[in-house]
Design a protein around this ligand. Sequence first.
Ligand code: ACO
Length: 431
Amino acid sequence: MAKDTVTITDNVTGKTVELPIYHGTQGPAAVDISRFYSELGYVTYDPGFQSTASCHSSITYIDGQQGVLQYRGYPIEQLAEKSSFLEVAHLLLYGELPKQEELVGFTRNITRHTMINETLKNFYNGFNHDAHPMAIMVGVVGSLSAFYHDALDIRNPQHREIAAHRLIAKMPTIAAACYKHSIGEPFVYPRNNLSYCGNLLNMMFSVPCEEYVVDPVAERALDLIFILHADHEQNASTSTIRLAGSSAANPFACVASGIAALWGPAHGGANEAVLHMLDEIGSVDNIPKYIEKAKDKNDPFRLMGFGHRIYRNFDPRATLIRKMCHEVLTKLGKQDDPLFELALKLEEVALNDDYFKERKLYPNVDFYSGIIYKVLGIPTNMFTVMFSIARTVGWVAQWMEMIGDPNQRIARPRQLYDGAAKRDYVQVDRR
Ligand code: ACO
């Protein structure tokens, strides 16, 4: 990283500090403020991290103004068109697209870890059938650390790699079991002769008493959505994982913390929230009313699936998934689905509304992913679970990058304290 400097003068004390500027390969340069406190006695204040780079990373690059997303330098459009989810997983984890024999070896490594310990199945019985599957995911994924003592030394690169493979391999099995638990059907064992997404569909929708054939349209649609969701640099859940991991916590606990962060409707929970919103709107006639609600600052209602912290132009994933949504609906003969019609009309009205135009609020990836999931028969409360399966790849890649960095330190932000000043304790009878 090339080094320039910026000089900051404190107008109060007259002190000056020269801070290094780091230039990455793409994107805005970063001022290194790590000496700010020791030199000037100030902490920096940036709620929501709007101007703060929490780390350096060579995994994913986003240019929110231009609508650019790249994994390890490869444009998402090319990966979406030409690659597969496991190929992308290899790229994110190891930095390069796999050669043919590497892909075979990687796929073998992932598929041989797809089963979960039989004891783990008992965990599901501790949850009510109507428990939200994301709640079950947090618990079950967190509990994996109790099963793999053999490879939990995070300072050992082989252990890190095995943990990463285990997580990527077991997430579909754990997720499908959440669904089966909720509908009271027996868990279906993974089948390693199926593709990553084919296996997931089989575990979710097959039953022991009938033959189930994976629909190639559904399989390809899922694979594409998973590619688009695989990583997104330092978003809320990934930052949660880096923060948790910085204390040297085990990777299963870290990923459980990421799943919990992802669940929020401002983040991955938005795909489920979009469907609830469309249900609530009900018909195109109600769109104007809901657009007004979204614009009303006294109303907490927001258009779910709209807006993004980084993308202020368009979300390139949304462009790809919108196209895929049309294709899937047409292939499955559901192009006249009223839900899709409602979503398209809502999109059109919002995109032509000054409030949304001025604030650069465009549909994000989750505006469309839920519609595809719905058409594929995936229940609404499983949408964010699907997201978590795909994002596990990015989470473990980011976690491995962080732990592998020799300069890694525990993440410990500072604060601007605005509570009570020092005061003396008063006995209860005198308060
Ligand atoms: N509906 C209505 N108004 C909105 C919306 C929305 N979806 N999103 C932002 N705004 C408005 C805000 O009220 C604010 O208006 P103001 O300037 O008049 O106060 C302005 O646009 C800027 O919004 P912020 O909340 O400051 O933007 P921020 O970057 O903090 O939030 C976020 C981004 C959380 C994604 C937000 O746009 C949102 O809540 N969207 C809906 C939830 C959603 O779809 N989340 C998924 C994100 S993608 C993902 O995580 C995979």
